[in-house]
Ligand binder design. Structure first.
Ligand code: BES
Ligand code: MN
Ligand code: ZN
Length: 502
């Protein structure tokens, strides 16, 4: 894990580091710390300002070597953009640019000035800089043998005056980021390695690290015996057995305390089944378990941080394969809640496994439900790779999730759910059908379907198909294709927020 230390600004000149960084707004000017550094560096920072090499634009970076004048090898001036647009993402992005600069010289130690004059509180800056550093340090190339792999950034020194606030906030962010990177590794891992069984083994390992975190794993017979007819049907076409993974965190021993239920789609590979997908980009479907990865990793973080909130996590993990034993279009399934579903498209499998997982999570005592799923291609078209789609059955619960999304950096955008959409899920033969041929509002259609299985009480759904696995850099602190770990930070923030409720 990224090691955090906090020093006062006066110690900046002696701190041994590969990059000493400070943020500047646009248009750029040097604040007190900057002026001091400039003096030590014989005016080299002013020169960079005069030559317009320091512009202050968001995501822009200028660096200069110190030639041994300071403890640092280089000084980085990182742009934060216009003051009116300053947010935590600006600091995360700046931190990622500094990681790249430190690494270009083979470095692994970074120091950052925390300057609360810039607009965000010292604690918020510390959190964002830590996240940006830890997340940009993640290596997607774990399977490469030819290129030398970069070392992860080992140490982040934060220089500021509110030492206690900075330290608590950065330590927490370092822990959460570690779990975000855990989720990313699960999502990046190919389906040949990350089978449902391997995912369950990971969950058992995570639970074994904490006394009070319990994990239960079911195989196909138990799933079938629990009347999970929809989940069983999706799983039946693969020789890799399904697993139902349940994690329980008893964070708060108070009788009337709410229980947060988090449900993850864990399709370890989605071929589409008999309604097979086209081959282009099908490799991305190794990431169809990103909801499960977020849920599992969030439980690891919640336990590590000892969050005082009861949480139950349910993950339905299986492969969606075409096979002699696979479920077919036209099949009619009976879900755990007794409702019947006509399968009109075997590629709309996520909503089927989630239907049973939601019912089970509610039965197990969840008062507030949220599911995370790479559910529809339509959400990628509608919202792209920055916002996940958020829908639910109770506005106050959606608002709480929206607030956690904004505060955590896992951004979400609400789409409407209305009873009028329900007419699209009606079937001639069964209670519902799992897909419509209307070619409209596909993400809302899917959420309407899920709402029928959420039981009584608040429920919300996050469609993370666009945000979980990138096919190119996002231009911010996610600088490459691959997994983002979307949802881990949001879920931790949500659980922590619920523990503060009266
Ligand atoms: N796993 C896919 C959704 C997806 C698409 C995730 C692109 C990530 C990137 C899901 O199971 C799926 O196939 N959805 C179908 C639903 C349709 C058949 C109603 C889709 O979106 O095309
Ligand atoms: Mn599918
Ligand atoms: Zn899928």
């Amino acid at each position: 894990m990224l090691k955090i230390s906090v020093l006062s600004g006066a110690q900046a000149h002696t701190v041994k580091t590969d990059a000493l960084a400070l943020g500047v707004l646009e248009p750029p000017k040097l604040a007190d710390d900057g002026v001091e550094l400039d003096t030590a560096l014989d005016g080299r920072l002013s020169e960079l300002l005069d030559s317009k090499e320091i512009k202050g634009g968001r995501g822009k970076l200028a660096a200069t070597h110190t030639h041994g004048v300071l403890g640092a090898t280089r000084v980085c001036v990182a742009g934060l953009g216009k003051p009116g647009q300053l947010d935590a993402d600006a600091f995360r992005t700046a931190a990622a640019r500094v990681v790249a600069s430190a690494r270009s010289g083979g470095g692994s130690r970074i120091a950052w000035y925390v300057d609360s004059e810039l607009g965000l509180s010292a604690a918020e800056q510390a959190r964002a800089l830590t996240e940006g550093t830890a997340l940009a340090s993640y290596d997607h190339g774990a399977w490469k043998t030819i290129d030398p792999r970069p070392d992860p950034i080992a140490e982040l020194v934060l220089l500021g005056s509110d030492a206690d606030d900075i330290e608590a906030s950065a330590e927490r962010a370092a822990q959460v980021s570690e779990w975000v990177n855990h989720a990313r590794r699960l999502v990046d891992t190919p389906a040949s390695e990350l089978t449902p069984v391997a995912l369950a083994e990971d969950a058992l390992r995570v639970a074994a690290e904490h006394d009070r975190l319990a994990c239960e794993v079911w195989g196909p017979d138990e799933i079938h015996a629990a009347d999970m007819g929809a989940f069983s049907a999706v799983a039946q076409g693969s020789t890799n057995e399904p697993r139902l993974i349940v994690l329980r965190w008893p964070g708060l021993d108070v009788p009337e305390a709410p229980t947060l239920g988090i449900v993850g789609k864990g399709i370890t590979f989605d071929t589409g089944g008999i309604s097979i997908k086209p081959s282009s980009r099908m490799a991305d479907m190794k990431g169809d378990m990103a909801g499960a990865a977020a849920v599992l990793s969030a439980m690891g973080a919640i336990a590590a941080l000892d969050v005082p909130c009861n949480v139950i996590a349910v993950i339905a993990a299986c492969e969606n394969m075409p096979d002699g034993a696979a479920y077919r279009p036209g099949d009619i399934l009976t879900a755990k809640n007794g409702k019947t579903i006509e399968v009109t498209n075997t590629d709309a499998e996520g909503r089927l496994i989630l239907a049973d997982a939601l019912t089970y999570c509610r039965e197990e005592g969840a008062t507030h439900l949220i599911d995370l799923a790479t559910l529809t291609g339509a959400i990628v078209t509608a919202l792209g790779d920055f916002y996940a789609g958020l829908m639910g059955n109770e506005q106050s619960w959606i608002d709480e999730i929206q607030a956690a999304a904004a505060a955590s950096g896992d951004h979400a955008w609400q789409l409407p759910l209305h009873s009028t959409f329900r007419r699209h899920i009606g079937s001639t033969f069964a209670d519902f059908k799992n897909s419509s041929d209307l070619r409209q509002a596909g993400s809302i259609y899917a959420a309407s379907f899920l709402s029928e299985f959420a039981g009584e009480g608040p429920w919300a759904h996050l469609d993370i198909a666009g945000t979980a696995l990138l096919d190119r850099s996002r231009g911010d602190y996610f600088t490459s294709a691959g997994a983002t770990g979307y949802g881990v930070r949001l879920l931790v923030e949500l659980a922590a927020g619920m523990s503060k409720e009266p």
